[in-house]
Design a protein around this ligand. Structure first.
Ligand SMILES: O=C[C@H](O)[C@H](O)[C@H](O)COP(=O)(O)O
Length: 265
């Protein structure tokens, strides 16, 4: 039996209903971008009129922002105020007519929706491979609810498990010194530290005028709280991309449907 593809109707319930039928469930063979859109649309179901919303950054969050713009245009949502987590998202939201504000005017946010680069079994995250980690952490940390949207490729057994970078935002002043401090701090876990480069081989510059050092850590770092504190104690470090204990819900879209994990407090 073929299941109709409709992002709004593929839920965790779909998985159970598929399990009831005699033949095993068939994967839907969706692209990674389609999975991102499914997760994003599902998250936007949490949005209610009158909310102050943290608007995330990246290819997954972009779908959520598009959807919010669409619902506003259709009159299905009203009185939304968006707090963008990057200049790029600000531009997108403005182009969609989403009213915007900032943390100074709205220090408490009802709901933030954003993607992630890694999600571990405790719903800890790595974010910032797009370079927006500082504003994301400020805004998502000020949110009553933080819904993370990912395709299943982002799920890892432990932070660093994808073998892709853990980004750290640092001040440009003597960046080599700070990068080396970071490398030697995490040396025991098999750490490499590389300055992120942007266009024409020049250092990538964040929305805040800072640089990013990408840490590639070979081994499980164990107590992430300790590692986080140690990184943040280094002068020259502005913020890192581990978002520990911040996500309230993670929506994971995969070929067999959508799985929603909620943090139990
Ligand atoms: O700086 C970028 C953000 O943290 C993104 O939310 C994260 O990198 C995930 O991006 P994407 O949805 O494009 O995979």
């Amino acid at each position: 039996m073929a299941l109709a593809y409709d992002p709004l109707f593929i839920t965790s319930d779909t998985i159970s209903s598929m399990a009831d039928i005699s033949s095993p469930p068939q994967p839907m063979n969706l692209t990674q971008d389609e999975l991102k859109r499914i997760a994003a649309y599902k998250a936007v179901e949490f949005v209610q009129s009158g909310m102050v919303l943290g608007l995330g950054t990246g290819s997954t969050a972009k779908h959520a922002v598009d959807r919010i713009g669409e619902l506003l245009r259709q009159g299905k949502l009203e009185n939304i105020i968006g707090i963008p987590t990057s200049k790029k998202t600000q531009e997108q939201a403005l182009s969609l007519g989403i009213p915007l504000s900032d943390l100074d005017s709205h220090p408490v946010i009802d709901l933030s929706i954003d993607g992630a680069d890694e999600v571990d079994p405790d719903l800890n995250l790595v974010k910032g491979r797009g370079g927006s980690l500082l504003r994301e952490k400020m805004i998502e940390g000020a949110s009553k609810k933080f819904v993370v949207i990912v395709d299943e490729s982002k799920m890892v057994k432990h932070i660093g498990g994808s073998k892709l970078a853990l980004p750290v935002e640092i001040v440009p002043f003597c960046w080599r010194f700070t990068a080396e401090k970071l490398r030697s701090l995490l040396e025991g876990y098999g750490c490499e530290a590389n300055l992120r480069l942007g266009e024409k081989g020049k250092p990538f510059v964040t929305d805040n005028g800072n640089y990013i050092v990408d840490l590639n850590v070979e081994n499980d770092m164990g107590d992430l709280g300790l590692v986080s504190d140690a990184i943040l104690r280094l002068a020259g470090v502005v913020e890192h991309g581990m978002f520990l204990d911040m996500a309230s819900t993670v929506i994971i879209a995969g070929d067999f449907g959508v799985n929603i994990k909620t943090k139990h407090i």
